[in-house]
Design a protein around this ligand. Structure first.
Ligand code: PLP
Length: 382
């Protein structure tokens, strides 16, 4: 007789910078909206008005969290769309002649900027990145002292290293130099307080699935009278800035998720910060030669580590962890079977270190010390 061992393996999700689990209350809210509030928010009958009211209450709720007027929040399908829209319209409509960005931005910004450079011959300057992955602010000031009408696009929290940019400082520098300021805040909205009246900033973007909301919905904050024009054309939704029938259930889910993220921020941040500290302490014991990719003061939910393993372990490490039910991500993406080095780590590490295995471990409030123990044990088995 054959006996199968069907003991259920505990799955460990430590890839929350990629995406997060939707909160139960968010699913409940979305289900309610799908079942009951199915009208088209542009329709004038009661069904439409009902959906419109869900939409506008969601907008108000999101705006309240960021301390901005509701009309400055425009819903989009995701963070990528919002980044594309803002950057493209800045060049096409606001007549920005130069973009200052960095080589460690998410591809949603980096590839958009490169496309704009090819299409419109816009000047692109990359601000220097320090060895620890921080933006060199002195270099930014130097770049801003020269040149044409400029937009600065620098992300708040880097999605690979967790390095944090001082938004207030950059905002003030941009204002002093009459430059527009856009920040990809996809990794920080819902995870840290953002008071948009406290510093000058023109545009930022968010994505619901990064803060325990649904995928396929995001928003842009667009400062009033910015002059931004739509990316594509159609109906009058979102004041004509983003045509297309709004995904009311997604938007209601996003608003609920943001509300809960901020309501629970203190407790969840404390819990997650403890886990990160615990992980570092365990790595120090088990792999004393490991090093942190990025600043040691990186964002509380993320740690990118270079492990003291040989190069030949690089390709199999994620596979090995996956076999054990552990999800993390590597500082590099696997494309068509070949390993492409991370464009972010490439700006920070030597060629030799770039070939060694780096892992990005990112937490949520669902994680526990046991998850960290399981990860460290699995790494010991490599
Ligand atoms: N910007 C950053 C920093 C991200 O981490 C991501 C998600 O991976 C995006 C943009 C893209 O967001 P979305 O998945 O909503 O298009």
């Amino acid at each position: 007789m054959i006996f199968h061992n069907f003991a259920v393996m505990k799955k460990v999700y430590l890839d929350n910078a990629s995406t997060t689990a939707i909160r139960a209350e968010v699913i409940q809210e979305m289900t309610k909206v799908m079942a009951q509030d199915y009208g088209n928010p542009s329709s004038t009958h009661s069904f439409g008005r009902n959906a419109k009211s869900v939409l506008e209450l969601s907008r108000k709720s999101i705006a309240r969290q960021l301390n901005v007027p509701a009309q400055e929040i425009i819903f989009t399908s995701c963070g990528t769309e919002a980044n594309n829209w803002i950057l493209r319209s800045a060049v096409v409509d606001l007549k920005v002649k130069r973009i200052i960005t960095s080589k460690i931005e998410h591809h949603a910004v980096l590839y958009t900027v490169q496309a704009l450079q090819r299409e419109f011959d816009v000047q692109v300057d990359y601000v220097a990145v320090k060895a620890n992955g921080e933006i060199d602010i002195t270099d930014l000031v130097e770049l801003l002292s020269q040149g044409n009408k400029t937009l600065v696009s620098l992300m708040h929290v880097n999605n690979e290293t967790g390095n944090v940019l001082d938004l207030k400082r950059i905002g003030v520098i941009c204002e002093e130099n009459s430059a527009l300021f856009h920040s990809d805040t996809v990794q920080s909205v819902g995870k840290t307080e953002l008071d948009l009246q406290a510093f000058p900033i023109d545009f930022l973007v968010a994505s619901a699935h990064k803060f325990h909301g649904p995928k396929g919905v995001g928003f842009a904050f667009i400062r009033k009278n910015s002059g931004l024009q739509p990316l594509f054309y159609g109906g009058e939704q979102e004041k004509g800035l983003r045509p297309g029938t709004e995904a009311v259930h997604q938007i209601a889910g996003m608003a609920k998720a943001l509300e809960l993220s901020y309501a629970n921020l203190e407790t969840e941040r404390t819990h997650i910060s403890e886990l990160k500290k615990y992980l570092i302490s365990q790595l120090e014991i088990e792999f004393p030669e490991f090093s942190i990719n990025g600043s040691p003061d990186g964002f509380y939910n993320m740690l990118n580590v270079l492990l003291p393993f040989s190069e030949d372990k690089t390709a199999m490490i994620l596979f090995h962890l996956d076999m054990k039910g552990i999800a993390v991500s590597r500082g590099s993406a696997c494309q068509s079977g070949s390993i492409k080095a991370s464009h972010v780590l490439a700006e920070m590490l030597s060629d030799a270190d770039l070939k060694k295995p780096s892992l990005r471990i990112s937490f949520s409030h669902h994680n526990s010390k046991e998850d960290v123990d399981l990860l460290v044990d699995a790494l010991k088995g490599i």
